[in-house]
Design a protein. Structure first.
Length: 377
């Protein structure tokens, strides 16, 4: 097996969109432009020297003034190919499995048959079973749940099902078991592809009345509908490390690279995306600047035997209506001291990153992505 790079490090900066994707109108995301909104908000205060040197400034007309791209860098952009735009779907696509079927929506809640099956397992009454927002649920049904000892069941109106109860009436471990049962039950239903089952307790709160204990909850997602990059690397005994978090992730990544001479690191950064979801451009820019600084500390560790790839799964325009992610182009930045550098042709799927990694290790992809390893000269 011929290996071009001994180590591949992929950094996913979720939320870092760089302009509306060609199919943005399908998602009512025309005009979404995360990086453009941040530039407009911060003006000269948005300083991203590392990302600019890695080519980000060449990918957006507002991101300036122009700064020369560093040597040994290839830069370009990719558009998502998944049928949906949820973080779950874009995350799967980055692992080489773009979704081709829409998730099942529950605009009217669960069917009577499924509701009865969950009630029998829970041995408690189920309350709600209607579309609602998480905050409104506690105001509307929190008191009834505490009085009855039941479990509140509600949907997002889309493909999320929530189970919640006060921690003093339903033990957290019991609520989590109910979440796992519900996930398994739904997975057994023909034609049902429900994205998430969320089981999370709530408690008394002096300011809001009730508040969720998110840290004690369980988010149970649908199984990936295909073979992922991780599956293929592990089956061929190629070392792989997956890290998720924020700035502190790089504190772990550097020492790991120093100790291990081969393998793949997948680093998923969420802080920028979370600030975008809160529609807080100031905090989003600060988080992105912190990531930029951390990348600057990482670059000296990257040797000529390594390939660093920086990308994103979706945008999250902080000035866009609602709280959903936005369908945008995302950057694809590749760096290694062994590269010449230059502009990459536009990629038509996030799965191209998976295809690149697999080809680097002499493995073939499932056909969902197209490798651009031959372009990295």
């Amino acid at each position: 097996m011929t290996v071009k790079f001994d180590r591949v490090v992929v950094v996913v900066i979720d939320g870092l969109g760089i302009g509306s994707a060609p199919d943005a109108a399908h998602f009512a995301d025309q005009g979404a432009d995360t990086l453009g909104r941040l530039v407009s908000h911060f003006r000269a205060r948005l300083q991203l020297p590392t990302l600019t040197g890695l080519g980000l400034g060449e990918l957006h007309p507002l991101f300036g003034p122009a700064v020369p791209v560093n040597d040994h860098v290839y830069y370009g952009q990719a558009r998502p190919a998944a049928i949906g735009k949820t973080p779950l779907e874009t995350g799967w696509e980055l692992l080489g499995v773009p979704t081709t079927e829409e998730f099942t929506a529950l605009p009217q809640g669960l069917s009577p048959t499924l509701l009865a099956a969950i009630t029998r397992y829970a041995k408690r009454p189920l309350i709600g079973n209607q579309p609602a927002t998480p905050r409104s649920v506690l105001t509307r049904w929190g008191g009834e749940q505490v009085a009855t000892g039941g479990v509140i069941v509600f949907t997002s109106g889309g493909s999320d099902l929530w189970l919640t109860a006060h921690e003093s009436t339903v033990p957290v471990a019991e609520l989590r078991r109910l979440g796992h049962f519900t996930r398994q039950l739904l997975d057994q239903q023909p034609g049902v592809n429900l994205a998430r089952v969320v089981a999370v307790p709530f408690r008394d709160d002096p300011l809001q009345g009730y508040a969720y204990r998110s840290a004690a909850g369980a988010e149970l997602t649908m199984a990936v509908p295909g073979t992922t990059l991780l599956d293929q690397l592990q089956s061929h005994r190629i070392p792989v490390r997956a890290l998720a978090g924020g700035r502190e992730t790089f504190a772990k990544l550097g020492p790991q690279l120093a100790r291990q001479r081969a393998g793949v690191w997948l680093t998923h950064l969420r802080t920028v995306d979370q600030a975008g979801a809160r529609r807080n451009p100031e905090q989003m820019g600060q988080c992105l600047a912190a990531v930029d600084q951390a990348l600057g500390e990482l670059l000296p560790v990257v040797s000529g035997h390594d390939l660093l790839v920086i990308t994103a799964g979706h945008g999250n325009d902080p000035d866009f209506p609602g709280r959903q992610v936005t369908r945008e182009w995302v950057p694809v930045l590749a760096y290694s001291p062994a590269l010449v550098g230059g502009r990459l042709a536009d990629r038509t799927s996030l799965a191209d990153v998976t295809a690149l990694i697999l080809e680097n290790y002499g493995l073939s992809s499932s056909g969902a992505g197209v490798s651009f390893l031959n372009l990295l000269k």
